[in-house]
Ligand binder design. Structure first.
Ligand code: C2E
Ligand code: CA
Ligand code: CA
Length: 380
């Protein structure tokens, strides 16, 4: 199913009261629904099946047509739409019908008493407008299962040796109709929808396979993957992968996180604290947590040659890392001036568009080779 289909809200109305149907149709259309209004039960059944509405408004008392029978049909046809019962009957009857529908597995969306005021109808319909993230979420589960995700890798430069010794894996989504969707648009969604474990499992497995592949080609690169605080408990982790965890998530539930991280570290994982400077870690927490690498957030690095404050922050963070025995990495290195300054400050590693954008795995060997050649020229 294409995303456009998922994004439309489709309302099917069956009502013998023509004026009421036209009224609801107009309100729904003004809210962006596609609307089909019918009076004939057979036409209703056919449309419910073929057109897959997202919302059905069903009149209970129509002459010559039993609304309850239509609901039974919808249940048998496993109709996935929300069902709203419209009726001028007393509340008790309507309530009983709603309960019956729910018992049969229909997604009952309440009742609409007739006659209804404009605002009532509008409020009711608004509740059933599904917005883009819902549609994306449904598609994301599918995307993880069917390999629509892919990884790009951004190299990290060892500032002293001048070689690319590590890469960070960054996930992307090749969406069938929308093109490449960046992680900022679906990671939070994955976290919220309980899909982050599956996503991280996929990322870790794919990155580990890639690392092994490079190693067999004579390229022993360290591979880092980003993990979410929401999934540290459950990931099945192969060795020699660095885990990058954002400062904010690492500190959100410090006690539980420390427990998990300590256990991971014991098994030999290296932990990197990402986006450092944007969260609220205290120095005590930083010293207690088993991190081995500290990544200065790119917002400071990108500005460091233009803003004195940013430069000071970068300098202090690099210093802090050194004194705590952690490797310092600066991300967001967008030009040579920044790289030169970082080298002057004794930063261990650098990452950014100036050195290399995130690229497909196949392009990594040539990038690594280019830097190795340069390093050799400098050394000679
Ligand atoms: P991050 O971990 O801080 O990753 C670095 C981001 O900065 C990447 O964006 C990268 O393309 C971008 N970047 C690198 N160099 C430069 C530069 O010189 N200038 C600028 N302006 N940007 C630069 P991307 O790939 O869009 O990833 C965004 C964020 O999405 C990541 O931030 C990370 O938090 C998250 N993410 C990516 N992949 C995964 C994943 O597999 N799992 C999880 N949980 N999160 C991920
Ligand atoms: Ca990262
Ligand atoms: Ca970062």
């Amino acid at each position: 199913m294409g995303s456009d289909e998922l994004f439309t809200n489709r309302l099917l109305i069956i009502d013998d009261d023509d004026a009421f149907a036209r009224f609801v149709k107009k309100v729904a259309q003004s809210l962006g629904f596609e609307v089909v209004a019918v009076t004939d039960p057979d036409e209703f059944k056919m449309t419910a099946k073929a057109w897959t509405p997202t919302l059905v408004i069903l009149d209970l008392n129509m002459p010559g047509c039993d609304g309850v029978e239509l609901m039974r049909y919808l249940a048998l046809a496993r109709c996935g739409a929300h069902i709203v019962v419209a009726s001028g009957l007393d509340d008790r009857t309507v309530e009983a019908t709603v309960r019956l529908g729910a018992e049969r597995g229909l997604k009952m969306g309440g009742a609409l008493a007739k006659p209804a005021r404009l605002q009532t109808v509008r409020d009711l319909l608004t509740r059933f407008i599904s917005v883009a993230p819902d549609a994306l979420a449904g598609e994301l589960a599918e995307a993880i299962r069917t390999d629509q995700l892919f990884l790009q890798y951004q190299p990290k430069l060892d500032c002293r040796g001048g070689r690319m010794t590590a890469v960070e894996a960054l996930v992307r989504w090749r969406h069938p109709t929308r093109g490449i969707v960046p992680p900022d648009q679906f990671i939070a969604l994955a976290e919220g929808m309980g899909l982050i474990d599956a996503l991280t499992d996929w990322v870790v497995a794919t990155a580990a396979r890639q690392a092994a592949d490079w190693r067999s080609q004579g390229l022993p690169l360290e591979v880092a993957v980003n993990i979410s605080a929401k999934n540290t408990q459950d990931i099945d982790l192969p060795a020699d992968i660095i885990l990058e965890l954002t400062e904010t998530s690492a500190m959100r539930d410090a006690v539980q996180m420390m427990d998990v991280l300590t256990r991971l570290r014991v098994k030999g994982f290296r932990l990197s604290i990402d986006d450092f400077g944007t969260g609220y870690s205290s120095l005590v927490q930083l010293q207690r947590m088993p991190f081995s690498e500290l990544k200065v957030d790119r917002s400071f690095v990108m500005q460091m040659t233009r803003s004195k404050d940013c430069r000071v922050i970068v300098e202090i963070v690099i210093d802090l890392a050194r004194k705590l025995g952690l490797t310092s990495v600066a991300e967001g290195v967008e030009n040579q001036a920044i790289l030169d300054e970082l080298r002057g400050l004794g930063c261990d590693a650098a990452q950014g568009y100036h050195l290399s954008r995130p690229v497909d795995a196949a392009r990594i060997p040539e990038v690594v080779q280019a830097y190795a050649d340069m390093a050799q020229t400098v050394a000679a």
